[in-house]
Write a protein of this length. Structure first.
Length: 335
């Protein structure tokens, strides 16, 4: 077992609306990721993936609020730190974050090199202009971006180049953990492949120690990550290896998620897609029992009354369902 870069225990966070209502967007989430490993997080829109990404950084600002739990980065618990301390010592250095549509955040009036200068200045790293250019050019070229990009403005770059530039800038300080929130969702297929290739190279070259890749496209994670977690209504419902989660999901929601997505694999041409009925629960008042029960075709009366806990079934695989593994296999085999 390798060194843990990130360990999260029973993390709970919430949003507080303008009407002072609590929305429990991340509820009792635990996870860990080792050095050299990548973890995927999948789930439909609104399940809490992006909120979890923000929560993992330990940097909270309204309307998002921390409730409880531990966030341990490379042995350091950051959950009790003040926002200024997190911003100065954790963000960028320990954890880097690439938000959705990050390429649209580049100021069109500034050259790319200036963004790198801002990152270094924010962390009190002082370099001469020549040293900054040399360091930036070396990093950009190592990641397949020509050094000429540094002297360009964002409007002069293609969508794929802007996204790769954001990734390069975000990881310039070689963080322990990179959290990428749907970094390829707004790109064409060719650009998606280039971004995924770049993410792999960041790991292979040691620029980052571990990675969390968030997407609603579960099959995409098979080509990017070692393990996958599926999230539903603020909770993790299953975790396993990428192969297990894509080809043999156990939790009814994870299974439904895969059945509702087109997978370009041999033998799947005539497979009909199955939609998951219903809508996710209201997280202002989460259900007493299983949060997926209302939409689950296998639900029993007890599922509406008893909240299932994560069950460790060995080999790094876990799921949150009252059905036992043998019962799952039996039910699924008859479909």
């Amino acid at each position: 077992m390798g060194k843990k870069m990130l360990e999260v225990n029973n993390l709970k966070t919430k949003y507080v609306t303008r009407f002072h209502e609590d929305v429990y967007a991340v509820d009792d989430v635990s996870l860990s990721i080792e050095e050299g490993k990548s973890l995927g997080i999948a789930g439909e829109s609104g399940c809490g993936k992006s909120t979890l990404a923000l929560s993992l950084m330990g940097y909270y600002f309204a309307p998002l609020h921390y409730i409880s739990g531990d966030i341990i980065v490379d042995g350091k618990n950051i959950s009790g730190m003040k926002p200024d301390e997190v911003r100065k010592t954790i963000l960028g250095n320990e954890i880097a974050y690439i938000p959705q549509a990050a390429m649209n955040a580049l100021n069109p009036t500034q050259k790319i090199i200036s963004f790198l200068g801002d990152v270094l200045q924010a962390h009190d790293i002082k370099l001469s202009k020549k040293d900054l250019l040399d360091m930036a050019a070396e990093r950009f070229e190592a990641l397949g971006l020509p050094k000429e990009v540094l002297q360009k403005h964002a409007v002069e770059l293609s969508g794929g180049m802007k996204q790769r530039t954001v990734i390069a800038v975000s990881t310039i300080l070689n963080p322990k953990v990179l959290i990428a929130d749907e970094p390829s969702s707004a790109l064409d297929v060719t650009s998606q492949k280039m971004v995924i290739k770049m993410m792999r190279e960041l790991m292979e070259k040691g620029y980052i120690k571990s990675m969390i890749f968030i997407t609603h496209e579960l099959p995409l994670l098979y080509n990017v990550t070692d393990d996958i977690m599926v999230m539903y209504a603020g909770q993790i419902v299953e975790r396993g290896s990428a192969k297990e989660m894509v080809f043999d999901p156990m939790h009814p929601y994870a299974k439904g998620l895969m059945e509702s997505i087109i997978v370009p694999e041999a033998g799947t041409r005539d497979v009909k897609l199955k939609a998951i009925p219903g809508t996710p629960p209201n997280l202002k008042k989460p259900p007493e029992g299983c949060r997926f029960a209302e939409r689950c075709r296998y639900a029993k009366p007890a599922c509406y009354l008893i909240a299932p806990q994560m069950r460790d079934i060995g080999g790094g695989r876990m799921h949150r369902c009252m059905m036992g593994e043998e019962r799952m296999k039996e039910v699924y085999s008859h479909e």
